[in-house]
Write a protein that binds this ligand. Structure first.
Ligand code: GTP
Ligand code: MG
Length: 220
C-alpha cells in the first residue's frame, strides 16, 4: 500500500467517525443493577477507568454534547451505568470509576458486582475504552482490571486522557510504555490512543476507531 492510499483510508475513517458522532445521540437509561440493563441492541462500547480519569468528560467531547454525561471535580460522580445511543448504530456506556480512595466498602462491592458483571457478561459489548490519566500512567488497579478482562477475553483499548496536562515528550514516552505493557496482555488492543477533552486532541481518531465497531448506518 502506498502512502497516498493509506492517508486516503485514514481520511475516510475519520469522516465515518465524524458522521457517526455528529448524528443523533440520546440518553437511553441509567442502570443501578443488572435488572435495569437495557435489552440487547446495537453494539456497545464502555468507558471504564479510575475515578476522576475523565470518562464522562470524554463521552461529552466525543458526542459534542457538553451536559450529556455528568462530570465533576469530585471523584465518584458517576455511580450508575449510563447508556447513550448513537442513532441505533452504537451504544456508549459511561461507567462508575474504580479506585476512589474514600469510597466505602459497600460502594466498592457495588462497583464490583454491577460493573464487573456488566463488563464480563454482556454479549453486545464490543470494546472497553480503558481510560488512563496521562499524568499518572497505568496504576496497579488498572493492571488488575486488565488482567480480569484478559481472563474474561473482553477486548479493551487503553485511551490516555488529559493529554493537555502533559508535555509532548512525556506523552510519547508514556504511549510507548503503555504499548509495551499491553503487548503482554492478550485481550488488549495494541494501539494506545491519546486524548484531551479540554482541547479536543485525539477525539477525531477515537471517533474513527469506535466507528469501526458500529453497526452499518442506514443506506443512503
Ligand atoms: P467519575 O465519574 O467520578 O469516575 O469521574 P470521570 O472519570 O467521569 O471524570 P470526569 O469526566 O467527571 O472528570 C473529572 C475531572 O477531570 C473534571 O474536573 C474534568 O473537568 C477534568 N477533566 C476531564 N477530562 C479532562 C481533560 O482532557 N483535560 C483536563 N485538563 N481536565 C479534564
Ligand atoms: Mg463519570
Amino acid at each position: 500500500m502506498n502512502d497516498t492510499s493509506s492517508s486516503d483510508e485514514e481520511k475516510a475513517a475519520l469522516e465515518t467517525g465524524r458522521l457517526l458522532f455528529a448524528g443523533e445521540c440520546t440518553f437511553l437509561v441509567s442502570a443501578a443493577d443488572e435488572n435495569d440493563l437495557p435489552p440487547l441492541g446495537a453494539p456497545e462500547v464502555a468507558f471504564a477507568g479510575r475515578s476522576n480519569v475523565g470518562k464522562s468528560s470524554l463521552l461529552n467531547k466525543l458526542t459534542g454534547r457538553k451536559g450529556l454525561a455528568r462530570t465533576s471535580n469530585t471523584p465518584g460522580r458517576t455511580r450508575l451505568l449510563n447508556f447513550f445511543g448513537l442513532g441505533g448504530q452504537l451504544i456508549l456506556v459511561d461507567l462508575p470509576g474504580y479506585g476512589y480512595a474514600r469510597a466505602s466498602k459497600t460502594d466498592i462491592a457495588r462497583w464490583n458486582k454491577l460493573t464487573e458483571g456488566y463488563l464480563k457478561g454482556r454479549s453486545q459489548l464490543r470494546r472497553i475504552c480503558l481510560l488512563v490519566d496521562a499524568r499518572h500512567g497505568l496504576k496497579s488497579n488498572d493492571e488488575q482490571v486488565m488482567e480480569e478482562l484478559d481472563g474474561a477475553a473482553v477486548s479493551y483499548q487503553i485511551v490516555l486522557t488529559k493529554a493537555d496536562k502533559v508535555k509532548p515528550g512525556s506523552l510519547r514516552r508514556l504511549v510507548e510504555e503503555v504499548q509495551a505493557t499491553v503487548a503482554r496482555h492478550p485481550a488488549a488492543h495494541p494501539v494506545c490512543l491519546t486524548t484531551s477533552s479540554e482541547t479536543g486532541a485525539g477525539i477525531p481518531e477515537l471517533r474513527a476507531a469506535l466507528a469501526t465497531l458500529a453497526e452499518a448506518g442506514p443506506a443512503e
